[in-house]
Design a protein. Sequence first.
Length: 282
Amino acid sequence: MKITLGGIRGTGPVAGKQYLEFGGSTTSLLIQGKQGDSIVIDAGTGIRELGAKLFRGKGTSRSLLLLLTHYHIDHIMGLPSLAALYSKAWRITMAAPLREGFSVRQVVSRLLAKPFWPVRLSQLQSAIDFKTLKGSESSSVYQYGGLDVRWCSVQHPDGCTAYRIDEPATGRAVVFATDLEWAETSRAGKAAFLRLCREPAPVDLLFFDGQFTDDEYPAFRGWGHSTWQQAVEVAEQAGARHLMIIHHAPNRSDRQLGGLTRQLRKQSSCAEFAVGGTVIGL
């Protein structure tokens, strides 16, 4: 399993020399299985580079599963820039649970429409399928080639979904949990998420929202995000082998993230703040 971080920034994209090291693109993650299957989670601005990588890739399957965690704009704003949408050679499946009564098809139809984008959904060249993921517990499984997808709902305004991707052939697994407010999560919600991380086996890599620090958090309670300190605690409870903290605040500079990295190393030797563009082999 190979994982490429297209974007790890939260709320909105940023640009400038103070963001060059960790990156300024919003959430998008590419997972490629041993058999050539490709899954992208979220369509923030980071999807543009991920899509270009897939489009020019040699020997890669011309099919893609796009999983959306939720429909807040920073997580879907990059979708129109996905190159595969405009190619007849590609088949794309877009999937997510219903959120606030909206299906994936409804959301994409609204985004690819006047006055937001000149190319309508019906005008795209690729073959597009839409799938509504039913259920909100980790017991549900959607098989995509050699990869198994599980999911559960997490605490966030308007709702959000955490995804687990397993590759049975290699025994590797990753959980992606962005836009999650752990302190406001119910006991049942915490139990469901920990099951997602632990079953069928403890996850190799956990991506977890750590937008705030513990000191900052009281001013932002209810915004739907966790602290990096909470991320460390959750990773330990879940038995995750490694933690990557994501959804960096838009005003968090490289210098600030470097300082937080030094604090993080004092708490955990198996955790880090995610860097956009990183490629990970599991």
